[in-house]
Design a protein around this ligand. Structure first.
Ligand code: GLN
Length: 289
């Protein structure tokens, strides 16, 4: 069999060597990481790299690529190295100190969009906004809605603030630094949405290595993972207008408990929905009339 000799220093060879290096360190989806990192070094996209596989990588970019591979081999999250993460129709700046938006959370936004009236001005509270992903998407996709987005973390809020500005929704998304939410006035919100920290200790310990680099305060939900649902639900009567709705993302196996906490607190019409992996991932309910 005639084998084509690969020329040293080409984009293809850099991708293959990078992927082998990452795989040897146990990095999942090693080739994807190598391609994404090389694309970012070249200020290009993975797809565009495929058009130039036989071209030489400018040697000035070599060191930068190797630095990124080294960091990725330590299981530092790919998304932090790329410093951006797509979420629905927007692109968000992210980095250490800010939870990486997950695809499941795109589904939470879908549920809110479907459940609430589209063409009415609504006022919505997003507790624990992180990068601002949920609030920014809701504001971008529903021009009549306004949001208050809270987070306890100053570092997360700095990312959220930049993302709100770059996505042009600063007139309708107000950021507040708070542990959950400071109650100041009458219940005023039409809806409350949250993807709170919900992992248990055991889940954190058994999670893939990358999770270690994400903020624990955005992941850990107390010994049973439910601490934030209890706290948010007990605040909700002071937040939600009559018949206001609450929407949560939840962790694996938490649907029954979160439903019970809601029902005991006086919420009605509780609904559980599954994510794309058929896992019960979202709970919604109505506050009393
Ligand atoms: N979905 C995240 C994970 O499983 C957890 C985010 C959260 O706790 N809200 O890694």
């Amino acid at each position: 069999m005639i084998q084509q000799v690969k020329e040293r220093g080409t984009i293809l060879v850099y991708i293959e060597e990078g992927a082998d290096f990452l795989a040897s360190h146990g990095v999942p989806d090693a080739r994807l990481s190598a391609e994404e990192l090389l694309a970012s070094v070249c200020s290009s996209s993975r797809l565009a790299l495929y058009q130039v596989l036989d071209q030489k990588l400018p040697s000035a970019l070599n060191t930068k690529y190797h630095d990124l591979l080294k960091r990725r081999s330590e299981r530092y999250p790919l998304q932090y190295l790329l410093a951006r993460q797509p979420f629905r129709f927007v692109s968000l700046e992210i980095g250490t100190g800010c939870l990486i938006p997950r695809p499941e959370t795109e589904g939470l936004v879908d549920i809110v969009l479907e459940a609430l009236p589209k063409n009415r001005p609504l006022y919505i509270l997003d507790i624990g906004t992180g990068s601002g992903n949920i609030s920014i998407s809701l504001a971008c996709e529903r021009p009549q809605w306004s949001l208050v987005a809270t987070d306890i973390s100053e570092r997360a809020l700095a990312y959220a603030n930049r993302n709100i500005l770059t996505n042009g929704v600063s007139s309708r998304v107000k950021l507040v630094q708070a542990d959950l939410f400071e109650i100041t006035r009458e219940p005023q919100f039409d809806a409350l949405v949250s993807n709170p920290p919900y992992l248990t200790n055991a889940e954190l310990e058994s999670a893939q290595a990358e999770l270690y680099y994400e903020p624990r305060e955005a992941l850990f939900g107390g010994s049973d993972g439910l601490a934030f649902y209890r706290r948010i639900i007990s605040l909700a009567p002071q937040i939600l207008k009559p018949a206001g709705q609450i929407f949560f993302e939840i962790g694996f196996g938490q649907a029954e408990c979160v439903t019970e906490i809601l029902t005991r607190a006086g919420f009605e019409n509780t609904q559980v929905k599954k994510d794309n992996s058929e896992i019960e991932r979202y709970v919604s309910a109505f506050w009393k009339m």
